[in-house]
Design a protein around this ligand. Structure first.
Ligand SMILES: C[S@@+](CC[C@H](N)C(=O)[O-])C[C@H]1O[C@@H](n2cnc3c(N)ncnc32)[C@H](O)[C@@H]1O
Length: 224
């Protein structure tokens, strides 16, 4: 009988999907080592990992993390940065992530209408203007299948030092061109909760900042 066991998923083993691009490899590795985001999202999707639409997916790290942790997703990722989508497509092809599809979409203007399932929006809302945030949330709610969940992570504007750090980092990432969109507005918790409630969704909020200095909250919403 073979005693071989699958090697455990580590930040380095997951990040290897992005080699030979060393910049994205190091980005993915340090993100996975410092930020509990993707583990928190998988937990939030527990029982609702039907087709998942990842809005503002960047290089598609969530899909790699999920598969590496034995939870492969039926996954579509969209982002307005064609360079990141090209990296995402290349990494998915290199690693045989066959169930992942990627598309260039500017969420400030349009939305992938056909989706029915769960929707995730991770650290993206704050890069949209106020009205576009409202439109995006309405589209997300419309795309939820019965039992589907909307999983958001967003910085919140609450006057804390963490909120200041979040805003400063969002500005800096735009200035260095890592983020094409300029930061819009950090939502306030009460306003975001009210918007979700008006869409017929019941939401719970929990801090999810790990070893980062940011005011990042996980918001899990489902039909009331
Ligand atoms: C902080 S990154 C988060 C990436 C990914 N969600 C993750 O958590 O790994 C924010 C992402 O939002 C994308 N983004 C910003 N504005 C956007 C827009 N108007 N339409 C689509 N994507 C956008 C950026 O290109 C970037 O990939």
């Amino acid at each position: 009988m073979s005693t071989a066991t699958a090697s455990p998923a580590t930040p380095a083993s997951i990040a290897r999907a992005f080699l030979p691009d060393r910049w994205h490899y190091h980005y993915a590795r340090s993100k996975l080592a410092s930020d509990p985001l993707y583990g928190g999202v998988l937990e939030a999707l527990d029982g609702a990992a039907m087709p998942v639409l990842d809005l503002g997916c960047g290089i598609g790290l969530l899909a790699h993390y999920a598969r590496a942790h034995g939870r492969p997703l039926d996954y579509v990722g969209v982002d307005n940065d064609a360079g990141k989508i090209a990296q995402a497509v290349a990494a998915a092809e290199r690693t045989g992530l066959a169930a992942a599809r990627f598309e260039v979409v500017d969420l400030a203007r349009t939305f992938p209408e056909a989706h029915r399932g769960s929707v995730v929006v991770l650290d993206v809302l704050q890069f949209l203007p106020h009205e576009a945030q409202g439109r995006l949330l309405a589209h997300c709610a419309a795309g939820l299948a019965p039992g589907g969940r909307l999983v958001l992570r967003t910085g919140l504007r609450d006057g804390s030092w963490r909120a200041g750090m979040t805003r400063a980092a969002d500005m800096a990432s735009h200035l260095i061109r890592w983020m094409r969109s300029a930061p819009g507005e950090l939502p306030r918790r009460e306003e975001l909760a009210a918007r979700l409630e008006a869409l017929g969704l019941r939401a719970r909020f929990a801090p999810l900042w790990g070893r980062t200095p940011f005011n990042n909250w996980l918001v899990v919403a489902e039909r009331a």
